[in-house]
Design a protein around this ligand. Structure first.
Ligand SMILES: Nc1ncnc2c1ncn2[C@@H]1O[C@H](COP(=O)(O)OP(=O)(O)OP(=O)(O)O)[C@@H](O)[C@H]1O
Ligand SMILES: [Mg+2]
Length: 294
């Protein structure tokens, strides 16, 4: 089912139950009844046959943060590293490993849209099927909407959803998100208290400086966030990587030379070994769209 499909849209040949069976009603003290999808796994579909090696310490750290979230402590995992170092691949890997029920809200920064006010908030809101009592998110915030008001609506969405299931908010290419969205998100994240919400943000550190202080402070605050700095892969991981790509096995000296030449950077290593496949797709599939009806 198309994750962005509204519940009242129908497809020929599919019974109505295909579009309604997955929802449950949740009482909301502020706005009456809410309709959200029944619990489902936090599931993403890594590209078929995607090779992934190493990053055990980072994955352990992410699972620790997830465990804290399940215990009612909101957390941010701030993943930083240069272009092509493996931030998106790490997020895909982690999400594929997390089998507990939960919602995934996702947005991706884009350099060419970094001046589009609330573009990223709009992407997050689009993952939700209906937005009752949340006028700014429902209509899409106008460019001069108050970022704190938008942030309050985001906070409410996260609060309602997490009562049902833990929530993972994934924002990839964070360095390019528009500034009003960055401000609204920072407002919401700073006000999460006992919520089961994990924010996964991936950014190139140099470019992320354009976002200003609020996010620098959040990422640097251990009471809220864990910072993961990705560097190159080690020698044994590079050897494993080459094998996983179906390339010729490499001798130890050849692996060392590759590491020296590429600093263990997976994208460069891939190119240096003549792998023609280039980048894997970066999108994570949202398998169920949370709904807050009008
Ligand atoms: N741990 C890994 N094991 C195997 N391949 C990897 C690993 N990390 C990254 N890659 C591969 O390297 C390439 C670049 O990775 P990725 O797109 O995740 O980088 P990125 O840090 O998100 O870059 P950008 O800043 O441009 O978004 C991809 O083809 C990816 O599949
Ligand atoms: Mg990426």
């Amino acid at each position: 089912m198309d994750p962005l499909r509204k519940p009242d849209e129908r497809c020929d040949g599919l019974p109505d139950s295909a579009f309604t069976a997955h929802y449950v009603d949740v009482p909301d003290t502020e706005n009456g009844q809410l309709r959200v999808p029944a619990p489902g796994p936090v599931t993403t579909v890594p590209p078929a046959g995607e090779v992934f090696v190493g990053r055990e310490p980072e994955l352990v750290a992410m699972h620790e943060e997830w465990a804290a979230v399940l215990g009612g402590q909101p957390r941010v995992v701030w993943i930083e590293g240069d272009a092509g170092i493996g931030k998106s691949a790490l997020i895909r890997r982690f999400l594929a490993q997390v089998a507990d029920g939960g919602f995934v809200l996702r947005a991706d920064g884009a350099e060419e849209e970094s001046a589009l006010p609330y573009g990223v908030v709009g992407q997050l809101a689009a993952s939700i099927r209906q937005l009752d009592g949340l006028p700014l998110l429902a209509a899409g915030p106008v460019p001069d909407a108050d970022a704190l008001a938008v942030g309050s609506e985001l906070l409410r969405v996260l609060g309602v959803l997490q009562e049902m299931n833990p929530v993972v908010v994934v924002i990839d290419d964070f360095q390019w998100i528009d500034l009003p969205s960055a401000q609204a998100l920072a407002f919401a994240v700073r006000r999460l208290r006992l919520d089961q919400v994990l924010v996964l943000a991936a950014a190139r550190p140099r470019e992320a400086a354009r976002l200003g202080d609020a996010w620098t402070r959040i990422a640097a605050d251990p009471t809220r966030a864990r910072r993961l700095r990705l560097t190159g892969l080690g020698a044994s991981e590079l050897g494993e990587f080459a094998l996983g790509l179906g390339l010729e096995p490499m001798s130890r000296p050849a692996i060392e030379r590759l590491r020296e030449h590429t600093s263990g950077h997976p994208l460069h290593a891939r190119a240096a070994r003549g792998d023609p496949t280039g980048r894997a797709p970066l999108r994570t599939e949202l398998t169920s769209g949370p709904a807050i009806p009008r």
